[in-house]
Design a protein around this ligand. Structure first.
Ligand code: DGY
Length: 317
């Protein structure tokens, strides 16, 4: 979709995918906030000129920035997470918010499975073992089977459902935890998170971030998951109490973990680096060429649709 105008001024909060930056620059008058020597002064002088803002799930945008743009009409965010973007605040200001759900479901679910298999079958740890010549001394220790194991999914949203569909192919019994039972699905709802953790061999976390889910996975949940259990987090670092997880991995409270997200990204607590029972990925669940291109396209299309019709293509509000 083409933008209907090239005169709208768009504020980019920070750097985006180069292909998206180029497409935006060809259609709009784009200015980077991050490139300003004094962003506060810049917003005070030029904030009124911007009708659009583009950001990402990782960058988000502060309410102070939204409030410094009195003529802001639309925000387009690259990504599905909204924990760094106060959608209610934007809506109260009459600002439309577009985002990019669904196009990343497959890739995030794929990575959840990758982490699950890697944590249990120890692929990364075994790779390190082979490279350092360990195999020449002794066979690698036995690992854990994934097929047929019990899968607990924390959060049965769009991505959680795709994880469950993948798991069916692995012959895994599935239960899920969410505040309310999800209508029209065959999987068993478990309203008690501790009971789910106690039942599951693998606990995959895929809930939205933000205050409502902060430290949902705490020491008690890890205790319930137990010494045979594995935790996989492809949601947000804030959902897991990282200190409790580290302790659980160090002391055998759980068997292992696969993590794509962290409390203070891109910082990862160095204590994790010393453990072979955790697989560490750099928040890359949606980071395939195909999916990032689809996310970039939808980020652009949300803006273009807003300027053409007054509505974003996929609204977060
Ligand atoms: C998202 O879109 O929220 C992913 O976590 C990538 O940031």
């Amino acid at each position: 979709m083409k933008a209907s105008t090239t005169t709208e001024r768009i504020l980019a909060v920070g750097r985006l995918m180069p292909a998206l930056e180029q497409r935006l620059a060809a259609a709009f008058d784009v200015t980077s906030l991050a490139a300003q020597a004094d962003p506060t002064d810049f917003l005070a002088r030029q904030g009124a000129d911007f009708s659009g803002l583009v950001t990402s799930a990782a960058l988000g945008v502060d309410n102070a920035v939204i409030d410094a743009l009195p003529n802001l009409k639309v925000i387009s965010s690259f990504g599905v997470g909204l924990d760094r973007l106060d959608v209610r605040h934007a809506a109260a200001r009459g600002v439309a918010v577009g985002y990019t759900p669904d196009v990343l479901n497959d890739c995030v679910a794929d990575l959840a499975f990758g982490l699950m298999i890697d944590a249990a079958r120890q692929i990364s740890a075994a790779d390190r073992y082979v490279r350092r010549g360990g195999w020449l001394q002794a066979p690698y220790p036995l690992t854990r089977k994934v097929s047929g194991a019990r899968l607990g999914i924390v959060g049965l949203g769009r991505i959680g459902r795709v994880v469950a569909q993948r798991a069916a192919g692995f012959g895994m019994p599935i239960r899920y935890h969410s505040r309310r039972a999800v209508a029209g699905v065959a999987w068993q709802h478990e309203p008690d998170l501790l009971a789910l953790a106690d039942w599951a061999d693998f606990l995959v976390v895929i809930v939205a971030g933000g205050p409502a889910t902060r430290h949902l996975i705490d020491a008690r949940v890890l205790q319930a998951l137990g010494p045979q259990g594995y935790l996989v987090n492809v949601a947000r670092g804030s959902v897991v109490d990282e200190a409790a997880l580290l302790h659980a991995l160090q002391t055998g409270v759980i068997a292992g973990a696969g993590l794509d997200v962290y409390q203070d990204e891109p910082q990862v607590p160095p204590a994790f680096f010393t453990l072979d029972n955790v697989v560490l990925a750099p928040h890359m669940a949606s980071a395939t060429r195909e999916t990032r291109q689809a996310m970039a396209d939808l980020t652009f299309e949300n803006l273009a649709a807003f300027y053409a019709t007054g509505r974003v293509k996929v609204s977060a509000v």
